[in-house]
Design a protein around this ligand. Structure first.
Ligand SMILES: Cc1cc2nc3c(=O)[nH]c(=O)nc-3n(C[C@H](O)[C@H](O)[C@H](O)COP(=O)(O)O)c2cc1C
Length: 310
């Protein structure tokens, strides 16, 4: 957050362009939307839409803001983000700290960035059962008009019970509710479902099948993992929270590859562990239509954008 504030100041002073270069054109049209390139920010980096213009100025092809919830909430107690520089990884247990959907809508309305902005929506920690579904619908209805695409996030490990939305009955209920809202609003922009890498393959396949039959566009693969096997014998092995960065690359990319092979028509945004241009290419070769980064940006800094795009 401190780093983003610093970038924001540079942006306001019009100095950010010193950090960025012109990238070769890799325009990509998808769902009627033109992406200036295929590298975007993953959700969580700009939860409240406070840094859209500054992140846009760094050269990303698209920005995903959120996860946003209907009401503002503080998230879990600090410390809650751990940077593991040796492993190119982060463990976080933020728990959807955010300023609420109304704040985000204001930021979306006032943005100057002309590129693609997707909004990632979630549910408040205090909401359960049908109220949880209602939270998604409330956010969807509020952001629909101001976003280029919407992501439904059912995969944060830091909101207790949220991942239960991967279950057959729950996911059908959620998708049907979103479908109803989308029809009422005449919403015809892309809608993605962001999934966990920790569910059994059969569960992910049945979700993919259901998404393909629904009004939804595709999947984002994947969110962080709670599997800490990669950190064996380190103090972090027992840390609670989601692991991202290099230790997630293999798992999230092989899941992406398997789902792409089985459902080649299903658009997928690949995310998890991208630290270099090679990783970025691997995601595309494995079937990703677009790629997002978060941990690579934290660990390597803004120059990762030019490293990947040049
Ligand atoms: C500190 C932190 C906060 C995150 N917050 C969110 C979030 O609010 N919503 C979401 O869908 N994913 C969130 N994520 C997950 C990322 O969007 C991404 O799926 C995951 O970190 C894997 O990508 P990476 O290895 O490039 O970081 C967060 C990740 C980190 C490290």
């Amino acid at each position: 957050m401190i780093a983003l504030n610093a970038l924001n100041i540079l942006h306001k002073l019009k100095l950010l362009r010193l950090l960025t270069k012109k990238y070769k054109n890799d325009e990509h049209i998808f769902g009627g939307i033109t992406f200036s390139n295929r590298l975007g920010t993953a959700a969580g980096l700009d939860k409240n839409g406070d840094f859209i213009d500054c992140l846009g100025a760094l050269g990303f092809g698209f920005i995903e803001v959120g996860t946003i919830t209907p009401l503002p909430q503080p998230g879990n107690p600090k410390p809650r983000v751990f940077r593991l520089f040796d492993q190119n990884a982060v463990i976080n247990r933020l728990g959807f700290n955010n300023k609420g959907v109304d704040h985000l809508v204001k930021k979306l309305k006032s943005r100057k960035y002309k590129g693609v902005v997707g909004v990632n929506i979630g549910a408040n920690k205090s909401s359960d059962g049908q109220q949880r579904i209602n939270d998604y619908i409330l956010c969807f209805n509020k952001v629909a008009q101001y976003s280029d695409y919407v992501t439904i996030n059912i995969s944060s490990p830091n909101t207790p019970g949220l991942r239960n939305l991967h279950d057959d009955k729950n996911i059908k209920n959620l998708i049907e509710s979103i479908e109803n809202s989308a029809r009422e609003l005449n919403f015809n922009k892309p809608i993605f479902l962001k999934i966990s890498p920790d569910e059994p393959l059969e569960v992910i396949k049945s979700i993919a099948e259901y998404v393909q039959k629904s009004i939804l566009t595709g999947l984002i693969i994947s969110n962080t993992t709670i599997n800490k096997e990669a950190l064996k014998n380190s103090i972090y092995e027992e840390f609670e929270g989601g692991l991202s960065g290099s230790p997630l690359m293999e798992r999230s990319t092989s899941l992406l590859r398997v789902i792409n092979q089985e459902y080649p028509e299903l658009p997928i945004i690949g995310v998890g562990g991208v630290m270099s241009k090679e990783d970025f290419k691997k995601k595309l070769e494995s079937g990703a239509l677009l790629v997002q980064i978060y941990t690579g940006f934290i660990i390597k800094g803004p120059r990762i954008v030019s490293d990947i795009l040049n």
